[in-house]
Design a protein around this ligand. Sequence first.
Ligand SMILES: [Zn+2]
Ligand SMILES: [Zn+2]
Length: 340
Amino acid sequence: MQAIAKTRAAFGADIVELPTPHPADNQLLVRIAACGICGSDLHIYEWELGAERMVARMPFIMGHEPAGEVVAIGRGVIGFKPGDRVALDPFGHCGRCGPCRAGRFHLCAQPTTLSGAFADYTIAPVGNAHLVPATMDFETAALLEPFGTGLHAVELSSLKAGDSAVIAGPGPIGLSVALAARALGVSSIVMTGLTADSGRLELARAMGFATVCASDRDWTEQVRARLPADGADALFDASGAIDSPRELLRRGGEFVEVGWPARDLTAAELRALFFHGVTWINSRIRSPETWRRAIAMVAAGQIALTPMVTHRYDLTRGIEAFELLRARQGMKALIIPRGQ
Ligand SMILES: [Zn+2]
Ligand SMILES: [Zn+2]
C-alpha cells in the first residue's frame, strides 16, 4: 500500500510503499476512505513546535483524522465487523491509568494509537474506533475528529445558551468550536483571524459567523462592539497566539486553549489575568462521550461539516496538500487515498 511517512527528523515527508498490515488481537484493519490534514500534521511536516517528541517513533506514517470501512478484524474484537463504517480517533484510552479510572479518558496517560492514516489502510485498536451510521458519508465521518475537538472545548467550558464567545483562529478547529457553540445556543459568536487568514474568515462568514480581522489596529474594539458590554463569557484560542484575553473577556470569563500555545506569557500578563479572575482551561483531544454526541449531532442533521472541505488530494499528491496549508490557503484538505 501507499502511505505518506515521516522518515527523517527534518522538514518534509515522503511517499512510501509498504506492505498492507494485518490486524492483531483487538485490532481492526480499516480501508481509509478519507483522512483530514490537521494543523498538527503541518507542525510535524515542518518539523517544528514540539514535533521532536515524535523522534522515537520514526519512521512513521502521518495522518490521524481518518474514516473508512472495516475490512478485517483481529481476534477478540467485539462490536465491529467487516463492512462497518468507522471514524477513528488517533487517541484511544488504556482504561487502567488514574485519569481513565476517574473517567477523564481524554487525559489518559497511555493512550492507544493508530498506525497512521495517510495510507490505503490503517490498523486501529478497537478503542480508537467509533461506528458511524451507514448513511453518513466518509468525508463527514473524517471531519468528526476535528469537530470533536471543538465540541470537547465547548463542553469543558461553562458556556450556556445565550452566552457569548470569541474564537481566535479561523481554521477547522476554530470553526468546529463555533459550530458546536452555535448548536449549544450561544448567542454572540465572533471569530478572529489575521490578514493571511482572509480566505478562511470569508468561509466562516459564509457559514454564518461574525468575523473580525485581528491584523486591524482597533480589532479588540471591533470584537467588543459585537459582544455584550462586559465582554465575552469565553475566549477560545485555536491559534496558539493567546492574544488579548484580558481585553476580550468579561471579569471571571474563561480562556480555553485549544491550539498549541505558541508564545511565552509574561508575569505581567498572568497578573492581569489573575486580577481579572480569568479561568484558564486547556482542552486537548476528545472523550468517547464527545464522540457519541458529535456523531448524534451530525447524524441528526444539526450540524453540517463538509462545507469546511476546500481541497481533496489523492495520496500521490499529498505533499501538495501540505504546501497548500503552509500558505494558509483553503480550510480543510482531505487525503482521499484512491482519489475520487
Ligand atoms: Zn488533528
Ligand atoms: Zn488511561
